[in-house]
Design a protein around this ligand. Structure first.
Ligand code: MIG
Length: 800
């Protein structure tokens, strides 16, 4: 061959070789067909074409489903405290499916392809993977697709805007500092990835325990599937088969934990602003509450109490003697809560920073340099709360504040937030020794901060209960902290949205929640403040707060009318404390929220999902609250089945219908369920006051029997865990014409020495028999009749 040709071919060859080759586009991968399975100590492990699937029994109605294309992670869950228990009592390997049963729940695993289906004891289908999609992967991302059932509704998922019924909506979990969020914003501050599906009078729950950025689709832009997935990590979810919402909440909180009893003072009225200073202003504020006889328990110190915003310091000019100030506040019956952010200022000689450096406590870039970002104090480093050693270090930093007398700790900015709100995802975390990046740690950062705060404070406080409040959170946070709904807006829409956010967090296992009364940002009006405060009276966490430079938000700053309305409602809050505290006991024992979406008790009544009524909820077992805009002086209220009494007037209504009622700012529509039993007390100015020693047992006439479990303890220590509590059952049995005050259990002595029975709607009744003795009823307030008894510890039966 001629040399020229040779060169020509060589050149062509080189050219050909230099043309890049292209990989095929990346498509999703499904789990594929079944290949084999084996039994494990608490379940089964299944091999499929493209992944492994494991099913583990955590209880008769709780099954964990995991799938991975690689190896299963051994990182312990931050949310779950439950353990696998029991196993499938029957395992059948059929030609086309595996049939696994716990006795309560049956899991069917279709083989070709793998489709997981859940059936209840009666053989009714609760939930099934969508055939053809099932469990899928797209790159590192994994999603589980579930077939939409006819008329399926979805509730829960925590702090999410939108409707009570989430059908047709999609959401993302990625904890976000969203200042002044619009009333349709998503994501917000917390990730509580538990939701409940409802269809055909059936219910089930799904908890997707994956801390990466996650998405949930409840049939948004499609009518084929609901789905949950995350950008990385395992497909890892728990399926709950409880046959009522209450049962599901019990199972979910059995797995992720329940709240401890809060300090009683944390249920009182709490006054916050950004920021009260100096000390003289704080003391004046406290005095004004007392002078004006507006009950209150807590004053908050926002970021200005610190020296140049440095956590665990005091500004010595504004607060020259913090412990003396706190002592004076204590004398007036106030507790102090201080804000503590995660950012630790990089400053030579600053103690928290130096000790953090020395103990190697901060989050790092992969090259070992501490990640730094700007927040209030300037450039900060951030503690790695996924490291147990760091959690202990941080917890111990509260020593100074605790010895100054601070009893509550408010963890803000822990999404984590920083100016710019763009945290580099490659920064590294310990993750309990497993190592990981911000992608995995982000959604649990706030929760682990709250945990470290709670554990540290509880250890330092000599057996007293601290109050911990957090903005960011993940599932399981209820074990450590209360949550407030962040930087809301002074608007009617936001006020109404707050009810849905609070109720939805209750549906995701977090009972101790509240929103800034009056709105954090924007200009609240007197009407809006009054209305908001009246609604918040019936929310678990009861705090007024507003931002820097906003108009004053103390109840007396809006004129006499609003002051009087505020006093009336705050008084009522304090009167209801025995009822509220017993509801907290129920949350502590069963996971039942305090603010209860009507979806808990009236799950399959379609009216409660009507956008006109979806903000309504029960506060405790028997008080129905209908939030109303401050611009509206009447309201159409839906009353579910049964009979109801308007709390303020005693007027009786039949349920199962909507009614139009007056709703002036001084009288929020609040109703009491017929047959309700509501323990109340006299008005006190703070929760530590004893009052008149009379427990007032309000009983509302009705045709159904009712049982109420009353709870009391010292309100401040953990001694209730050693039997120092009082529990007694109150029973109203209308058919037998009997009210029973059960025997007191536990070895705590009630602060009430008398019980006054207050009968509502028992017209024409003049006397009752107490044991065998006939006693006359007294005329009480409104349309009531009363009888006062010694509280005693034994059983007392009233009959007529
Ligand atoms: O960048 O501490 O949500 O309640 O008052 C704002 C100041 C930081 C945000 C919190 C808010 C608090 C404020 N904080």
């Amino acid at each position: 061959m001629k040399k020229v040709w040779k060169m020509f071919f060589a050149a062509m060859f080189a050219l050909l070789m230099s043309i890049p080759t292209f990989a095929a586009g990346r498509l999703s991968v499904q789990i594929g067909n079944f290949t084999s399975f084996k039994e494990t100590p608490n379940g089964v492990l299944i091999s499929a074409d493209n992944a492994k699937l494991s099913l583990t029994v955590y209880g008769p109605e709780v099954v964990r489903v995991r799938a991975t294309q690689g190896d299963f992670s051994d990182l312990p869950s931050y949310a779950v405290i439950g353990q696998p228990t029991g196993k499938f009592t029957s395992v059948k390997d059929e030609s086309d499916k595996l049939v696994l049963s716990t006795g309560e729940l049956t899991v069917e695993v279709n083989k070709n392809p793998i489709i997981v289906r859940f059936y209840n004891k009666d053989g009714k289908l609760l939930n099934e993977d969508e055939k053809g999609l099932g469990i899928s992967w797209l790159g590192t991302g994994t999603t589980c697709y579930k077939k939409l059932q006819p008329d399926e509704r979805f509730i829960g998922l925590g702090e999410k805007t939108g409707n009570l019924d989430r059908r047709g909506s999609a959401y993302e979990d990625w904890n976000t500092d969203h200042y002044g969020y619009p009333d349709n914003a998503d994501p917000l501050y917390t990730s509580l990835p538990f939701y409940i599906g409802l269809h055909n009078n059936l219910s089930y729950g799904i908890f997707f325990d994956n801390t990466y950025k996650a998405t949930f689709n409840f049939g948004a832009s499609n009518n084929r599937f609901s789905s949950f997935g995350a950008v990385d990590g395992e497909m890892n979810y728990y399926f709950f088969g409880g046959n009522s919402v209450a049962e599901l909440l019990k199972e979910y909180t059995g797995l992720t934990g329940r709240m401890k009893m809060p300090p009683m003072w944390g249920l009182g009225f709490q006054q916050c602003r950004w920021s009260y200073f100096p000390d003289t202003e704080v003391l004046n504020l406290a005095r004004t509450f007392r002078e004006k006889k507006i009950p209150a328990d807590v004053i908050y110190l926002d970021i200005h109490y610190m020296d140049a915003y440095k956590v665990f310091t005091w500004n010595k000019e504004r607060f020259p003697n913090p412990s003396a100030m706190i002592d004076s506040l204590k004398d007036m019956g106030f507790h102090v809560v201080t804000i503590v952010d995660p950012g630790v200022k990089k400053e030579k000689g600053y103690r928290a920073y130096e000790s953090g450096l020395k103990n190697d406590c901060f989050v790092k870039y992969p090259d070992g340099i501490n990640w730094a970002a700007d927040v209030w104090p300037g450039t900060c480093n951030f503690p790695d709360f996924t490291n147990p050693k760091v959690r202990t270090w941080w917890g111990d930093l509260y020593k100074g504040l605790v010895s100054d007398g601070v009893t509550g700790f408010w963890n803000d900015m822990n999404e984590p937030a920083s100016w710019g709100n763009m945290v580099p995802n490659l920064v590294e975390f310990d993750m309990e020794g497993h190592k990981g990046t911000m992608e995995e740690a982000h959604n649990i950062y706030g929760m682990q901060m709250a945990r470290s705060t709670y554990e540290g404070a509880a250890k330092l406080m000599n057996g007293k209960r601290p109050l911990v409040l957090t903005r960011a959170a993940y599932a399981g946070v209820q074990r450590y902290s209360a949550i407030w709904t962040g930087d809301n807006v002074a608007s009617d829409d936001h006020m109404l949205l707050a009810s849905r956010l609070i109720n939805s967090m209750g549906l995701a296992g977090v009972p101790f929640v509240g929103a800034d009364i009056g709105g954090f940002t924007g200009k609240t009006t007197p009407d809006l403040f009054a209305r908001w405060l009246s609604i918040a009276t019936y929310t678990p966490f009861f705090r007024s707060h507003s931002e820097y430079n906003s108009r004053a938000h103390e109840p007396w700053t809006f004129g006499e009318d609003v002051e009087a309305i505020s006093r009336k409602y705050i008084n009522e809050r304090y009167q209801m404390l025995p009822y509220i505290y017993s509801a907290f006991d129920e949350a502590h024992e069963t996971g039942m929220p305090i603010a209860r979406s009507l979806a808990i008790n009236y799950t399959f009544d379609k009216n409660i999902y009507n956008p006109d009524f979806q903000d309504e909820y029960l506060f405790g077992p028997s008080i129905l609250v209908a939030p109303v805009s401050s611009k509206q002086m009447f309201e159409r209220v839906y009353l579910p089945e049964g009979s109801w009494y308007r709390k303020s007037t005693g007027k009786k209504y039949d349920g199962g219908q909507s009614v139009i009622v007056d709703a002036p700012l001084s009288d929020l529509p609040v109703f009491v369920k017929a047959s309700a039993i509501i323990p109340m007390q006299s008005t006190v100015q703070n929760t530590a006051q004893k009052g008149d020693g009379i427990l007032r047992l309000h009983i509302y006439s009705g045709s159904r029997p009712n049982k109420y479990l009353y709870y009391e303890d010292d309100g401040t220590t953990y001694q209730y865990q050693d039997g120092h509590f009082l529990r007694r059952e109150f029973v109203f049995d209308p058919a037998a014409k009997k009210i029973t005050i059960g025997k007191a259990e536990g070895n705590y002595t009630s602060k009430f020495n008398k019980i006054e029975i207050v009968l509502h709607g028992f017209d024409g009744m003049n006397s009752v028999k107490v044991g065998r003795k006939t006693m006359n009823l007294q005329k009480g307030e409104g349309n009531t009749q009363t009888l006062t008894l010694d509280a005693g510890k034994g059983e007392t039966v009233l009959s007529w």
